[in-house]
Design a protein around this ligand. Sequence first.
Ligand SMILES: Nc1ncnc2c1ncn2[C@@H]1O[C@H](COP(=O)(O)OP(=O)(O)OP(=O)(O)O)[C@@H](O)[C@H]1O
Ligand SMILES: [Mg+2]
Length: 347
Amino acid sequence: MSALLEVKDLEVTYRGGGRTVPAVRGVDLTLDAGQTLGLAGESGSGKSTLAMSLLRLLPAAAEVTGQVLYQGEDLLTAKWNRMRAVRWAEASVVFQGAMTALNPVHTIGDQLVEPILLHGRRAGEEGGRITDKQARARAGELLESVGVPARRMRSYPHEFSGGQRQRIMIAMALACRPNLIIADEPTTALDVMVQAQILDLLADRVREQGIGVIMISHDLSVLGQMCDRLAVMYAGELVESGPSRQLLDDPRHPYTRALSRAFPTIGDPASRRAPAGLPGDPPDPAALGAGCPFAARCPDAHEICQDTPARLVPAGPGRLSACLRVLPDFPHLSPDMTEPTAEGARS
Ligand SMILES: Nc1ncnc2c1ncn2[C@@H]1O[C@H](COP(=O)(O)OP(=O)(O)OP(=O)(O)O)[C@@H](O)[C@H]1O
Ligand SMILES: [Mg+2]
């Protein structure tokens, strides 16, 4: 059986204004039904670009290559009609920033009813055309399921708190019973209590309905709480992936280590200290060199890291890391990184 989602060698390049920005570079991902994958990385690492490219929601200036196999079907080459059917009904997105994603001039009831009406028929179980009344009833149930009273259907987005708006976004994402949800920073800018409630809510729905989720955050500890697996992005590339617990307890890439220190684990006494932060800035994706993109900021960098390409390699059961240090013959690497040099083989 094919995976729910399989991303192969995905590349996204923005072109325009005399600049070429390779925002996503050679990303491979696999997600099974009912599984939650967390995608972490600093601002500008390409998380939203990757997420939006999966459902072809990027502007025309973005050139996308590779494969996005949804239940074996490549969405990058699918017809637009098919894409419209996939969005909402098969796969939905919780966008970064609920205030901008909700339409300020329509009640949230109307905004919830619209996708239910549009795609309700395709969901199947209504046995044909879905009536306005049925769609409104379903919208009310959805709101209640995320802890917003159904009578608030007639309210406008600005009449809700940030946390409520984010819950409404989750209700919208669930509206057509999708198999896949892509949640881009669904809880950023909310206080820690509300954040935890919303993540629990999403986790419950995922468990009940066996939905596959890609959850994006710059905060590894938040992702670690609800994701089965984590993937860490740096300058458009995946630099580490693996089961959440193992990846957080024993990172195999110095960037993962730095990122987890920048956002210490919730409830960990060490987190009362000021966050360690991450010195330096991420590289300009338009001006990347041949070597490891993290080398300039890496506390463990070796001379060869500056100009040797760092590709993902196995780093334990179910784990991958793009740090050259996980290679057994480091630092005596041959140019293709796989065959040890004579010196490396001897030592
Ligand atoms: N429409 C666009 N045109 C050109 N470049 C873009 C566009 N959108 C994003 N980029 C560039 O692509 C890179 C990745 O941006 P992206 O928004 O995917 O990052 P992100 O990881 O989601 O960041 P954040 O955590 O701030 O949301 C950045 O260098 C950004 O400047
Ligand atoms: Mg983003």
